[in-house]
Design a protein around this ligand. Structure first.
Ligand code: MN
Length: 214
C-alpha cells in the first residue's frame, strides 16, 4: 500500500486537558486511518500510487475523473492530518508564543501575535460545517496569510472546479471538524479553539515556515 498511517509523535493522553485521550485515539486511528485506507483504494494500480501526496493534491485536474472526489477528500484528509499531529505537542514544547523567523513575520506581516491569534480563531470558529483554518505562506507575495477551507480541502490543492480560499504552503493548520472536539466540547467549538492554542508546537510551525520560504 502506497500510503500508511503515521504514528502520533506523543501518547493519546499527551495533550490533555486540551484534547482528551479518547478523541485523540479515535481521530488518529479511525478518522485518519480511514482516509489512508480510502486514498489507497482510490489510487491502487494507477500511475498515482507511487507519487508523493503533495504532487497528487497539486494535480487534481489530472487524476482519473471517477476517482477525483475520493482522492480530493481522502488525500486531503491524509495530508492535513499528517501535518496536524506534529503541529501539536505536550507541555514545555508547546503553547506560549511563536519563535524565531515565524515570530518576526507574524509581527511584520500580520500586525502581531494577538491580532493574528484573533484572526485565526475567527477563521476557525466561522468555518461553516467541517473544515480547517490555516496560516500559510501566501503564494502570490510570499507573505503570511490566514485562510480556511471546507471539508478536507487545503491550500496546496490545485485543479478543483469549486475552489475557494487562498493558496500557499501551510505553516499551521487547525481541524475544526466536529470529530476533532465533540466528545469533550460538544457544540462549543470556540472553547476547543481556545484550548488548542495551549498545545501548538511553535518550533514545528517555525520549521514549516522556514521551509516554505526557501
Ligand atoms: Mn480530523
Amino acid at each position: 500500500m502506497p500510503f500508511t498511517l503515521p504514528d502520533l509523535p506523543y501518547s493519546h493522553d499527551a495533550l490533555e486537558p486540551a484534547i482528551d485521550a479518547q478523541t485523540m485515539q479515535i481521530h488518529h486511528e479511525k478518522h485518519h486511518g480511514g482516509y489512508v485506507k480510502k486514498l489507497n483504494a482510490a489510487i491502487e494500480g494507477s500511475e498515482w500510487d507511487n507519487k508523493p501526496i503533495e504532487q497528487i493534491l497539486s494535480s487534481l485536474d489530472q487524476v482519473p475523473r471517477d476517482k477525483k472526489t475520493a482522492i480530493r477528500n481522502n488525500g486531503g484528509g491524509h495530508y492535513n492530518h499528517s501535518l496536524f499531529w506534529p503541529l501539536m505537542a505536550p507541555g514545555g514544547h508547546a503553547g506560549g508564543k511563536p519563535t524565531g523567523a515565524l515570530a518576526e513575520a507574524i509581527e511584520a506581516e500580520l500586525g502581531g501575535f494577538e491580532k493574528f491569534k484573533d484572526e485565526f480563531s475567527k477563521a476557525a470558529a466561522n468555518r461553516f460545517g467541517s473544515g480547517w483554518a490555516w496560516l500559510i505562506v501566501n503564494e502570490p507575495d510570499g507573505k503570511l496569510a490566514v485562510t480556511s477551507t471546507k471539508n478536507q480541502d487545503n491550500p496546496i490543492m490545485r485543479g478543483l472546479d469549486d475552489d475557494e480560499g487562498l493558496k500557499g504552503q501551510p505553516v499551521l493548520g487547525l481541524d475544526v471538524w466536529e470529530h476533532a472536539y465533540y466528545l469533550k466540547y460538544q457544540n462549543r467549538r470556540p472553547d476547543y479553539i481556545e484550548a488548542w492554542w495551549n498545545v501548538v508546537n511553535w518550533e514545528k510551525a517555525n520549521e514549516l515556515y522556514q521551509k516554505a520560504r526557501i
